[in-house]
Design a protein around this ligand. Structure first.
Ligand SMILES: [Zn+2]
Length: 435
């Protein structure tokens, strides 16, 4: 490797540091089993942190980019990103407010109904949510008078939860906090986490923390995007720096088992392009029965090759093909004089736009319902973000839906674009136009 591609100061002055850096780069190890990581799952190049929206006075400054190279562990098949950025730098001030999506709120409300019924939760129970965000979910338990506690590291979103009357601790979760809560007698009957397991750099400490905290007869539910769906449907844009791990059922089961937890049920959900909701209990809890869904999904994943390294190594080629097709569409639209604007400013949109090199030359602007993002710019691509009303004013020919997992909801909200013949474009699993 030549010096020209590395950081000049540190490298030229301190060759030992360079060697050390090179060694640590090649010696990355699996965050679950510790085996060295050498097989690439997909390499999406360099990208900024996907939630680091820029204000007008920041767009002329330097912007940090980090690698988005995803590995698969050849020992346990955990698909993972190295920890390039500390969670403290990502999650302390977070721009994602769960309550800005109607369908996600609806999902949360239904979940609380189901769990309260299935596990007979009442005024003497305790529900703890890890990464409880703005209280989007726990508010429904609070409404039912079921005691709830949120744990959320981002102070700005936790503040919103507290204002809603949802008790919330502003902290990262792990074995330390679990011991502290356990010692104060706050052991949950239901311990849940939606889309947090993927975002934990120290996975073993997090899962061990759940083991320590959970009541003897308690239940853990975790939701996370399903790796099988990511691979089958080419959802490469769900890769970003905030997502350290990507789970199949079989890998999740192995990780939980290593910490004395057993998966006794699983549901497949449509959220985030296809997620799993796993149900776990203590391995020695004889009150739970393992559902048929567990064996069925385990077998389906084995049959589709998730126990073989070659299956993972083939993924990168599909991703390159998708990029070429998307650029072909956008370039053709531009050449024909069409106006294309975006809808949404989700994390996945930033991975997609940066990887494909789509800037204002191909996408005039995007819009978002979250006022926190208005008059800011997307990281890396510097595409401006406006309120949704801007679409009516601009009368675009195409609306490029970045949060494609919410496409039905968005197309309904924006049905007025048909007044002028506007159409929708969805990029994943492949470019598709909806009239
Ligand atoms: Zn591993």
């Amino acid at each position: 490797m030549s010096n020209s591609s590395s950081v000049i100061d540190g490298d030229l002055a301190q060759p030992n540091n360079r060697e050390a850096a090179e060694k640590s780069r090649t010696a990355a190890s699996c965050r679950f089993c510790g085996a060295p990581l050498s097989v690439t799952f997909v390499d999406l190049g360099m990208s900024p942190l996907c939630e680091s929206f820029l204000s007008a006075n920041q767009i002329n400054k330097m912007e940090p980019f980090y690698p988005l190279r995803v590995f698969v562990c050849s020992n346990c098949f955990l698909v993972q990103l190295e920890e390039y950025v500390r969670p403290e730098d990502i999650f302390s001030e977070y721009a994602y407010f769960s309550s800005y999506s109607d369908s996600w709120l609806d999902h949360a409300r239904k979940y609380t109904d189901q769990m309260a019924h299935r596990f007979v939760l009442g005024t003497n129970s305790l529900v703890i949510e890890l990464a409880s965000n703005d209280g989007y979910l726990l508010q429904y338990f609070v409404d039912k008078k079921i005691p709830a506690l949120g744990i959320e590291p981002a102070a700005n979103v936790a503040k919103v939860a507290l204002e809603k009357g949802v008790p919330t601790l502003v902290q990262f979760f792990g074995t330390d906090l679990a011991r502290m809560l356990g010692a104060s007698g706050r052991r949950p009957d239901l311990l849940l986490g939606n889309n947090v397991l993927a975002q934990v750099p120290n996975l073993n400490d997090f899962v061990e923390g759940m083991k320590i905290l959970l009541k003897a007869s308690g239940v853990i539910t975790m939701e996370f995007p399903h790796l099988l769906r990511l691979m089958d449907e080419n959802q490469f844009d769900t890769v970003y720096h905030e997502h350290f791990s990507y789970f199949s059922f079989i890998t999740a089961e192995r990780i939980f088992a290593a910490h004395g937890l057993m998966l006794f049920d699983v549901e497949e959900l449509p959220t985030h392009g296809g997620s799993l909701r796993i149900y776990a209990c203590h391995s020695d809890d004889r009150t739970k029965h393992v559902s048929a869904a567990v064996g069925e999904l385990r077998q389906r994943e084995q049959d589709s090759g998730l126990g073989r390294l070659e299956r993972y190594a083939a993924f990168g080629e599909n991703v390159k093909e998708t990029k070429r097709k998307l650029l072909e569409f956008l370039i053709r639209a531009r050449n024909e004089g069409k106006k294309v604007v975006g809808y949404g400013a989700p994390g996945k949109g930033n991975t997609l736009l940066n990887y494909c090199g789509i800037r204002t030359d191909l996408l005039d602007f995007t819009v978002d319902r979250n006022p926190y993002k208005h008059d800011k710019f997307l990281p890396g691509t510097h595409i401006p973000i406006f309120p949704p009303e801007q679409i009516r004013a601009a009368r675009p020919d195409f609306i490029f839906i970045l949060p494609w997992n919410l496409k039905d909801e968005i197309m309904k909200q924006l049905s007025f674009v048909r007044e002028w013949g506007g159409k929708f474009v969805v990029p994943i699993p492949e470019v598709k136009i909806y009239t």
